[in-house]
Every structure is written in structure tokens, then in C-alpha cells.
Ligand binder design. Sequence first.
Ligand SMILES: [Fe+2]
Length: 289
Amino acid sequence: MNQAAPFEVSPLTPSLGAEIMNVGLWNMDSFFGEIYRSFLRYKIIVIRDMPMSHDQLCEFSARFGELMELPYIKPVEAYPKIIAVQKEVDETGMGVFGGDWHSDFSFLAAPPKASILYSHQIPPLGGDTLWVNMESAYGALPVKQKNWLEGKYVIHTGAPYGVANAPDIETQFQGSMTITRNNPQADRETRHPAVCCHPETGNLALFINPTYTTRFSDMSKAESEPILRELLSHCTRPEFSCRFRWTPNTLVIWDNRSTMHYAVNDYDGYRRLMYRTTISGEPPLPATS
Ligand SMILES: [Fe+2]
């Protein structure tokens, strides 16, 4: 790396995501303010070619806020704030962790602010991650629909980890990750605003996702289903998305409050090993607070 090279941001798509160049652990103190502003602006930031130990990953992650331990997923030995997101060569014909659109742990009373994923080993092709910008998706809705949604609350549950809403066994990802299933606690319902106000930027975003959002709080599942389906179809339009192809030793930091993401499960027969930290958040704020 050229030590004299300036801080540089290269957007990934018009909607969201940016790669940050010419930064490393050696100059992080000087540039972290700009990195954080880029995180708020672009929602996903990418830093390539930054090999990191577990200690360095924890230290870097803590710049964004307090690291949290995750429910239902066993952490890395001796590092309670890191999980390994892992799929092995022989784990074929099965689901993958994060393999549907979601915002991380949105069923918690205080969902994470941000997640950080670091690529250790990736397949030669495949294993991309997609994100969508939930602020752009919200902004593109007709005014009437925005007004209706701004007064609504939705119910989130830890469906993939619970009993009542647990996925079929053949679509569950277990594999080499230790994930606790059939936990009655995960069925507990949490109520969040359907449209949330970002606590740092004040921007409004839809806060629903098909993995954890089950219904509107004042409607049945059956009544909610067609509305949620239509909204999710709108949110995942390519115009609001970014598809990211990993290279080894890459860090991606995303804002969990204004995006959804999706892990593409298209690399059977190859190993993929990532390390993930998660930053604590606050209870989501309604649009009209
Ligand atoms: Fe995720």
C-alpha cells in the first residue's frame, strides 16, 4: 500500500455500498472518522486486503460500538463476540446460514446496529452476499402507502430458532455451525415500527424482513401476508440492491437498521469460512416520534 495515498471511496452501486481504499490497520486512527461517515452514507462499506487476527477483528469492530454476544449461535472458542459463518466441502444439498432476506436478529427488543463480516476462505466462484437499501425502498413507495405504513407496527419473532415457526428440517442450516433450534423463547413476539427513523441520520426506512417479520401487530398473519409479500417484492428490486463478490481478507461492515441482506447458497462442494462480529443497537424508533 502506498502510505501517501489519500483516503478514497468508490461507490459499488448508485443505491448503496462503497469500497474504501488506502486504509489499513496502520492508519485506522487517522481515517476512522471518514470511515464512519461513509458507513452512515453508503450503509455497506468494504475494505479489501486487510488480514486480521481475531483480536484485531474485535478491536476494529469495537470502534463502531459495543460488541454483542448472539443468541442461538455458538461463538468461536475463546472469543465470545465472534461467530464463524462456515460451510464445509461436504455440506451439500442443505440450507445456508442467512440464506434468505433478513436484517440480523430483528426480533430482539434492541436489534443490532451493525454487523461486520470478514472473509477468511471463500469459494472460487459463488458465495456472494446481496444487500438492499431499505431507505430507498421506503422512499420509492407511493405517498398513500407511506402514510399507511408510518402508523403501523409489525411483529418479529426468532422464527428460524423457535418452535412455532421453525423452518422445515431440510431447509435448516446446521452443518458445522452450532445453532440452537426449537427454543420456545425464540417464538416470543417483539413489536417494532414498520417504518423506523434512523437514530443517527433521521432517515426513514422500512423495517420488515421475510425471515423474522410475521405480521402487522393489528392484523392476522393471513391478512398481513399479501401486504408483506408485496412490500418485500418491492424492497428486493435490483434498483435498491448491491451484490458483492468476496475476496479473501475482506471486511464488510453494514448498517443493520437500514438494509436487508441475503447469503447466496450456490457453492456446494467448496469451503467458505467467514468471521462475524455484531454491534449492539437500540430499540427501533418510529417514524413519528
Ligand atoms: Fe445475516
